[in-house]
Ligand binder design. Structure first.
Ligand code: TRP
Ligand code: SF4
Length: 338
């Protein structure tokens, strides 16, 4: 007898939630570090992707006017990079007030020490010199993130390595809630790290808006080519006749991600054999990146012509997210007794 799939098969897919803070334009680092991964996961999981505008406000509260612009701009980039609204739910955090309700309840149950000891908090206080993040809300950043994840009972959370402490806290908060109220409301979510190699910025540091060392997903072909020409290469290769070391050259890691395997081998060989100069190599990488981004750019153009479509997508995402959120909050309120 053939086994029929149960009718609620779709519901049996594991649920994923992930998000990004809308604090600027997206760049290749976001594509490689998150979006490529997200779009692949859509096949296998039930996915919710959230624009975390409240999290953005925690650091951008002095000049919050542009957050909304980036909410739309980032959503356009997500869609251009293959996030499919037919398969996944895209929504904006601040449109679901239940995130804050759950955040409040979790805040009551989270010992202060957990947050003060959180390595990302300590690091941001040290490093975010351009923003004042010694505010009350910022300490609770991971508590809001826990609420984001647990409101949807997400089992899997695709994130970068830097977010692992937040996932650890999310599990601790879920456990503490279940333990204190003697109800098994929340699952402990697992982090899912991206399998793509990390992409460094043009200067070899972490790719970041604040270092101005990025290639934007919406940069024009001209800008992309110009930025590539300014990239750092193997510092020991001074003359064209010096053999290069592709394994230490930042360009080579770009080729490895964005070019086909034949071209990668060719570049490595020509570099080691001093058959190609770095200027030519950069020109070629410029072409590779322009070609790679071309379909993303044309999708973007198309979406920009039809902004009401973006609003529709976010609105229907909101409706779907809200349904799940309401259900969880019912259980939470029952458990808490309020
Ligand atoms: N803190 C995440 C980041 O900076 C963004 C984020 C907010 C998030 N809420 C989330 C990521 C929930 C995953 C799940 O990248
Ligand atoms: Fe880097 Fe290319 Fe120059 Fe080799 S030839 S050092 S890979 S830029």
């Amino acid at each position: 007898m053939s086994k029929k799939l149960p009718e609620n098969f779709k519901k049996m897919k594991k649920r994923i939630l992930s998000g990004m803070r809308p604090t600027g334009k997206l760049h290749l680092g976001h594509l490689v570090g998150a979006l490529k991964n997200w779009s692949q996961l859509q096949q296998e999981y039930e996915c919710l992707f959230m624009v975390a505008d409240w999290h953005a406000l925690m650091s951008e509260y002095k000049d919050p006017g542009y957050i909304k612009e980036y909410v739309i701009d980032n959503a356009i980039d997500w869609l251009s990079c293959g996030i499919d609204p037919e398969k996944s739910t895209l929504f904006v955090q601040s449109q679901i007030p239940e995130h804050l309700e759950l955040f409040m309840i979790f805040s009551c149950m989270t010992p202060l020490g957990w947050l003060e000891r959180c390595p990302t908090y300590k690091e941001q206080l040290r490093e975010l010199k351009t923003r004042e993040v010694n505010n009350y809300a910022f300490l609770g950043y991971p508590v809001l993130q826990a609420a984001d994840i647990l409101l949807y009972k997400a089992e899997v959370v695709p994130v970068g390595e830097d977010q692992l402490p937040h996932l650890e806290l999310t599990r601790k908060i879920a456990e503490r809630f279940n333990y204190l109220l003697k109800k098994n409301v929340f699952p402990g979510p697992q982090a899912k790290l991206t399998k793509f190699p990390r992409l460094l910025g043009l200067d070899g540091r972490k790719m970041s808006k604040s270092y101005d060392n990025y290639i934007g997903l919406s940069d024009s072909a001209e800008v992309i080519r110009k930025k590539v020409m300014g990239m750092f290469t193997d510092p020991q290769r001074v003359r064209k006749t010096d053999p290069g070391r592709p394994e230490v050259c930042n360009l080579c890691s770009y080729y490895k991600i964005f070019a086909g395997s034949e071209m990668i081998q060719e570049v490595e060989k020509q570099c080691q054999g001093a058959e190609i100069g770095c200027t030519d190599c950069k020109r070629r990488l410029g072409d590779v990146l322009v070609d790679y981004l071309a379909p993303i750019h044309s999708k973007r153009e198309e979406l920009l012509k039809n902004k009401s479509r973006i609003e529709e997508i976010l609105e229907s995402g909101k409706v779907k997210a809200k349904q799940i959120a309401d259900k969880t909050m019912n259980e939470v309120k029952n458990a808490v007794g309020l």
